[in-house]
Design a protein around this ligand. Structure first.
Ligand SMILES: NC(=O)c1ccc[n+]([C@@H]2O[C@H](COP(=O)([O-])OP(=O)(O)OC[C@H]3O[C@@H](n4cnc5c(N)ncnc54)[C@H](OP(=O)(O)O)[C@@H]3O)[C@@H](O)[C@H]2O)c1
Length: 277
């Protein structure tokens, strides 16, 4: 098979971004970047499943209801899922396929992740393993569960099917942040970018696989760092400001949609120029 072609490349360009009729899953979709990505996908027309881990079930349901009511009641549903558990991930993906997708799935955003700054020389074994278990393994379990559905659909349709898998990586895959010491985080994100490229080649018959590498985004993940570090980073970013999470939703819709139909294996850096100097 070939990378599935765009069904109508000559259509006016905004139609290329439409996700009408598609079903998407966003892991870690109840706060931060994932929440805004979920909003963006829904605004573009997709039914969206958002997964959560430590968020309370009632809060997650409220968030899903808010996104739905802001988008003509389009289906948005929250599912509890610890991405470290293969059983959890597989069960949630199959549930979403049945409950939201009428047997189908189109988009998987493997976004859930954690960060921590700990000097490498002191890194406790369990914490180093946990970082990779969430940021790399968990992202892979999510991608793999989606890929199985995509492959199944391609076989059933007897035609090329192009699902979209999007990993939230980081500029930390490309550079080493200072002054924070975060070798585990940086290397987990570098692994994720190369995992994405590898899967893009291996799964070309039924999926496009890309990653997005954000710079400094104003979420709880950034809040854990001391204020003086934020001043240092602000000086280092040519754009001299941090990014609001909602400023990322367009790039996720781009990768999820036919607007990027020939793009696979790419890592899109969105960082106000931070990686340039
Ligand atoms: N903020 C930045 O500057 C920045 C920059 C580059 C890349 N990123 C990446 O962007 C992604 C989202 O981060 P964020 O900034 O939005 O941070 P955040 O607000 O801390 O959100 C982290 C998300 O990951 C979920 N999560 C954590 N552990 C999980 C687990 N074991 N199973 C399932 N879900 C889990 C959380 O769900 P619950 O809240 O329900 O626990 C939450 O939705 C991460 O992969 C991060 O590395 C962030």
């Amino acid at each position: 098979m070939v990378l599935a072609p765009h069904s109508n490349p000559e259509a006016p360009v905004l139609a290329h971004f439409s996700l009408a009729g598609k079903t998407a899953i966003v892991t870690g979709g109840c706060r931060g970047i994932g929440l805004e990505v979920a909003r963006g996908l829904c605004e573009a027309g997709a039914k969206v499943a958002i997964t959560y881990s430590s968020t309370s079930p009632s809060e997650a349901d409220d968030i899903a209801a808010q996104i739905s009511s802001a988008n003509d009641g389009r289906q948005v549903k929250a599912y509890k899922c610890n991405v470290r558990s293969i059983a959890d991930v597989d069960a949630v993906v199959e549930k979403v396929v049945q409950e939201l997708g009428d047997g189908r799935l189109d988009i998987m955003v493997a976004n859930a992740g954690v960060s921590k700054h700990t000097p490498a020389i002191d890194y406790p074994e369990d914490q180093f393993r946990e970082m990779f278990d969430i940021n790399v393994n968990g992202a892979f379990w999510a991608a793999k569960a989606a890929a199985r559905v995509f492959e199944r659909q391609a076989k059933a349709d007897g035609a090329p099917f192009r699902g979209s898998i999007i990993f939230t990586a980081s500029v930390s895959a490309t550079l080493v942040n200072i002054p924070q010491k975060q070798a585990a985080y940086n290397s987990s994100k570098a692994a994720l970018v190369h995992l994405s490229k590898s899967l893009a080649v291996e799964w070309v018959d039924f999926a496009r696989v890309n990653s997005i590498s954000p710079g400094f985004i104003e979420t709880e993940m950034l809040d854990i760092h001391p204020q003086e570090w934020r001043k240092v980073w602000n000086e280092m970013i040519p754009g001299h400001r941090f990014c609001k999470p909602a400023e990322l939703k367009g790039i996720y819709v781009f990768l999820a949609s036919d607007a990027s139909s020939y793009m696979t294996g790419a890592d899109l850096i969105i960082d106000g120029g931070y990686t340039l100097p």
